[in-house]
Design a protein around this ligand. Structure first.
Ligand code: COA
Ligand code: MG
Length: 290
């Protein structure tokens, strides 16, 4: 699974932001045609997104968030994207597998789909959405829409959303999908952002949706394995490779029981580290994909 620690949205109507995104070290940039674009700018934004996809020059992955198919713009967004090689199409307000199949049927095999979970109906249809298969690769939490529709009150640690955070991660894991946490709007509040990244990581999310370049570094750090996790993973791999561990299901390392299931987790951590331990894009001369 490709890294998705930092997933930066930017309005496709903002030419300056598009240019800037080419030099940023996010794992994915998503050109938004939906909530961040005013109705009167939708058509121009669509043309700008297609031109940006064709021109390329972005980091590891580039996506476009289309308008929902039941709006006046959604179908034309898809038609415009269908013959581009955009890596990811983000589908907003998904409430069942049918919407995803319809989008998939209008795209080519090269486009992955990320489904936004941002309505109460989506919460109740999580398993159906996640089981849709095909090009579906990630569930993305859309917290701004969700808290509005649920009518939850403000809470610094997202108390009312906790059951859904856990449920979304469980559903993503059950279907082998990425789980990407929602945005943190107060982009000058670095402490609050760090706390919310840590919370998302604790719940098991693979990364976070971002709205501002200043959030990239924190998300990349928060959703990468820590030095301690890497050291422990290396110790587990080494211990199970030792001759005396042959045939053992469980061994002890520093007074702690370690089972073969921990070996699989350790290998995943080391793979994740290898996939994300790269120099920042802004300090690299080229944008060669990893
Ligand atoms: N992606 C790329 N570049 C961005 C950016 C983003 N999401 N947000 C800001 N920038 C750029 C600005 O264009 C500016 O570039 P410049 O130095 O070349 O002028 C620089 O970063 C500093 O921006 P700043 O002045 O701090 O913010 P702003 O007032 O220009 O924009 C927002 C603030 C919130 C409007 C903007 O960050 C934004 O549009 N975020 C994304 C919104 C979105 O897509 N929402 C949908 C998903 S919830
Ligand atoms: Mg939304």
């Amino acid at each position: 699974m490709r890294p998705a620690r930092s997933v930066l949205y930017l309005p496709a109507s903002n030419a300056r932001a598009i240019e800037k995104a080419r030099s940023l070290a996010c794992d994915a940039a998503i050109l938004d045609l939906e909530d961040a674009v005013a109705p009167e700018a939708k058509i121009e934004a669509r043309a700008a997104a297609v031109a940006a996809v064709r021109a390329g020059g972005f980091g590891p992955r580039l996506g476009v968030r289309i308008n929902a198919l039941d709006t006046e713009w959604g179908a034309d967004d898809l038609t415009a994207l269908a013959d581009t090689a955009v890596d990811v199409v983000v589908v907003p307000k998904v409430e069942g597998a049918a919407a995803l199949s319809e989008v998939a049927s209008r795209l080519t095999d090269s486009n992955a789909l990320w489904a936004m979970i941002e309505t109460p109906r989506a919460l109740l249809a999580l398993n159906d959405i996640a089981a849709s298969g095909g090009p579906l690769e990630a569930l993305m939490l859309g917290t701004n829409d969700l808290v509005t529709m649920l009518r939850t009150g403000p809470s610094p640690d997202r108390e009312p959303l906790k059951p859904w955070l856990a449920q979304m991660v469980a559903t993503a894991r059950a279907h082998g999908l990425l789980a990407i946490d929602g945005v943190f709007n107060r982009f000058t509040d670095t402490e609050g952002f760090a706390a919310e990244c840590a919370q998302g990581r604790l719940y098991g999310f693979d990364g976070k949706s971002l709205i501002h370049p200043s959030q990239i570094e924190g998300a990349n750090a928060a959703f990468a394995p820590t030095e301690a996790e890497i050291a422990q993973a290396r110790a587990i791999v080494a211990a199970f490779s030792a001759a005396e561990a042959a045939g053992c299901g469980a061994i002890q390392i520093d007074g702690q029981m370690v089972e073969r299931l921990h070996l699989a987790a350790a290998k995943r951590i080391l793979e994740q580290h290898a996939a994300t331990d790269r120099p920042s894009l802004s300090t690299k001369a080229s944008h060669a994909p990893i």
